[in-house]
Ligand binder design. Structure first.
Ligand code: NAD
Ligand code: TDX
Length: 336
């Protein structure tokens, strides 16, 4: 089997490629990645020439066509992925998430190649903090940010190409991932690396917003389960019952770092900040028999803290640049 992994040099994509090499050594992997600010390709370096890395853009129709023609399956991770960046400049989100997905869809349509489209629970908008409800496959789309609206658009394109053109595709919408190789712009790695640098953690607003955390390996084992057993045209929600508010996560990180649990400060809130995400993954678990392996969030987080301690050479080059971006966007300490 030959698979084309778009965005395979990014956080989840690189972990997917590592997972695939480990658990499916017979699969031939080609990665298509533009190596944007989000990745310099170093997350794939440990694999050497066991995989093929093609540096290129998913909006390049000729390149995509050639690579798709040589594949049995496309797993589509490539995206602009950070909400805060989408609030500063939405344009690359439109290009990559919408036009890029359209370009992939046209190529898989021409060549009759199976697609798995990777998406996010943010397409459903947010839930109230005191609402017992969780997202299901039937929750109406209601995205809040430029990022999540372009991901929602990409999902709708995939569904339309399935219905109108018979494209063979499955979709998944996953909750917040954590684990190795995540860019330090994202919440958990930002706070871990701040702690290592002796800086306070940065909590947006009151720090009470809730995210539903899943280890990246559990996300990727679910993606493979859907590739193997999922029904074409169907959407599966992926989640591991990991709801935590941001302050609880910061305190767990500080405990893992051996630092006082109040080494954080409140900073400017994100405009339009979604309150809470929560996934009901019953369909994936009962229909396809998937279960997460990282049941204990604190343990998964400790292992992630250890990874960032041990891999400073990987994240150090992006740290100052990332903090400068936050400062330029006007992030400031607020009283609470
Ligand atoms: P990431 O930003 O770490 O990686 C994205 C990768 O895509 C990078 O390597 C980047 O270079 C590449 N890329 C960007 N634009 C490209 C283009 N035009 N052409 C080719 N490559 C391009 O993101 P991530 O966190 O690994 O997210 C991967 C996917 O998973 C995204 O589709 C995202 O929406 C989805 N997702 C992420 C999360 C999460 O918690 N991070 C949760 C659910 C779903
Ligand atoms: O410094 C911070 N302080 C803080 O309080 C940062 C960077 C974030 N936050 C908050 C905002 C969110 O409530 O932490 C929470 C998580 O923030 P992010 O890591 O930016 O993730 P989120 O916006 O929830 O989106 C993530 O999950 C869904 C991924 O980035 C998306 O790609 C995915 O689709």
């Amino acid at each position: 089997m030959r698979i084309l992994v778009t965005g395979g040099a990014g956080f989840i994509g690189a972990n997917f490629v590592h997972w695939t090499r480990q658990h499916r050594p017979e699969v031939e992997v080609t990665v298509l990645d533009a190596l944007t600010y989000a990745s310099d390709g170093s997350s794939l370096a440990p694999l050497g020439d066991a995989i093929t890395l093609v540096e290129g853009d998913i909006t390049d129709a000729a390149l995509v066509d050639r690579l798709v023609a040589d594949s049995d399956l496309v797993v589509h991770f490539a995206a602009e992925s950070h909400n805060d960046n989408s609030l500063v400049d939405p344009s690359p989100f439109l290009q990559t998430n919408v036009i890029g997905t359209y370009t992939i869809l046209e190529a898989v349509r021409r060549h009759g190649v199976r697609l798995h489209h990777v998406s996010t629970d943010e397409v459903y908008g947010d839930l109230a903090l005191d609402d017992p409800a969780r997202f299901t496959e039937d929750t109406p789309y209601n995205p809040s940010s430029p990022y999540s609206s372009t991901k929602a658009a990409s999902d709708l394109l995939v569904r339309a190409w399935v219905r109108s053109f018979g494209v063979q595709a499955t979709l998944s919408n996953c909750s917040n991932n954590y684990g190795p190789y995540q860019h330090v712009e994202k919440f958990i790695p930002r706070q871990i690396t701040n702690g290592i640098d002796g800086l306070p953690a940065k909590l947006y607003g009151d720090g009470l917003n809730v995210r539903d955390w899943i280890h990246v390996d559990d996300h990727n084992s679910a993606v493979w389960t859907i590739i193997d057993k999922g029904r074409l045209g169907e959407t599966y929600l992926i989640g591991a019952d990991g709801e935590q508010n941001n302050k609880q996560v910061v305190q767990a990180i500080l405990r893992a770092l051996g630092q006082p649990e109040d080494s954080y400060e409140h900073v400017t809130d994100r405009p339009g900040h979604d309150l809470r995400y929560a996934i009901d993954s019953t369909k994936l678990r009962t229909e396809l028999g998937w279960a997460p392996q990282y049941a204990d969030f604190d343990e998964g987080l400790k292992a992630t803290v250890a990874w960032y301690r041990d891999n400073e050479a990987w994240w150090r080059p992006m740290k100052d640049r990332t903090e400068a971006k936050y400062a330029a966007a006007g992030e400031a300490v607020t009283a609470r």
